[in-house]
Design a protein. Sequence first.
Length: 215
Amino acid sequence: MKRILYGMPTEDVAMSGEYIIGGCLIGDSSPEWGCECTDVSSATQVDFQIVVNDITRLDVDVIVNAANSQLLAGGGVCGAIHRAAGMELELYCMMNFPNGTPAGTAVITPGFHTKAKHIVHAVAPRFSETGIKGISTLINAYRNAIYAADEAGAESIAIPSLGTGIYGWKVEDVAYLVVEQGIKATFTNLKSLRQVILCCFSDSDAAEYRASAAV
């Protein structure tokens, strides 16, 4: 997928074929578009990977928990992260987020006994409750998780496949939108994050994401 750049890019960028150029013409002396141009060369470079691993074993600043809206210990990825973090995590969530957090949102906590500095708790919608209309909420869960880590000054983050377990979303149905809109779409707005890892439970899930994202 090509990126759209607005402003006056350098000739080598414009001729690369990697971008769709909008706004200004190369060589136009002083276009008055009422916009602010930024140097394309200074754009954030993010290392994006899709891996199969135990998310609690990864050496990253932030791991993302596939949380329930109550922010309590659960099964799957959620249970694994709570076990790695220790009982302090659930107590912290109960004290600081007594009402939990709704689907599509994310909150950040210390990493406690995990290898990560922070844990971001992102809540996916349940497919049985929203149907395909919930895809925008699922995408927001990814985006808000990434932005929460970035605001905390993290340089690296690992995210599980949100909502594709007991919440009912099929990886093959959402893979492309998750990668392109939920993850990659945030890259132009990041301040500190330089590595984003989508950590999958199975080889088949990773294959679906890689095929959809051409990674």
